[in-house]
Design a protein around this ligand. Structure first.
Ligand code: DAT
Ligand code: MG
Length: 141
């Protein structure tokens, strides 16, 4: 059994996709260990979450997007949960995400000049899962 951190980003909440995402999680047989709607998150938390991206020129747009509305965060557990949830999410860029994945079925290609909005997040390794779970659920905000 493995745990992973997941998120429904502000575009997913805004577009009314919480139920559809959670339905796929349940259908797939993951256990939902934690689940919270966060109505606002601090810039510090988002910067820590995306610490590997903060130096990128496109990062300010990502930060603004991530702070643009409520988001849902949670912890899933299951067999190979990290890789399995990443597969369910699909590729980062909506135009590359395969049909059948969450991003492939719901995410819309960003208009020119706008940041990628791809509905969901999932930890990409054992190390990042541990780090993100601690960051979102074990620290006081
Ligand atoms: P993923 O979300 O698939 O794990 P990532 O961790 O590389 O992808 O990037 C985090 C988010 O940042 C991603 O969901 C969308 C945004 N992003 C990544 N690369 C980008 C780029 N080159 N231009 C704009 N936004 C980008
Ligand atoms: Mg990532």
């Amino acid at each position: 059994m493995e745990e992973t951190f997941f998120m429904i980003k502000p575009d997913g909440v805004r577009r009314g996709l919480i139920g559809k995402v959670l339905e796929r999680i349940e259908r797939r047989g993951f256990r939902i260990e934690r689940l919270e709607l966060r109505s606002s998150v601090s810039q510090t938390l988002i910067d820590q979450h995306y610490e590997s991206l903060v130096e990128q020129p496109f990062y300010p747009a990502i930060r603004d997007f991530m702070m643009s509305g409520p988001l849902v965060v949670g912890i899933l557990s299951g067999e190979s949960a990290i890789a399995s949830w990443r597969q369910m999410m699909g590729a980062t860029r909506p135009e590359e995400a395969l049909p059948g994945t969450i991003r492939g079925d719901f995410a819309q290609a960003a208009p020119l000049g706008q940041t990628i909005q791809n509905i969901v997040h999932g930890s990409d390794s054992v190390e990042s899962a541990a780090r993100e779970i601690a960051l979102w659920f074990e620290k006081e905000h």
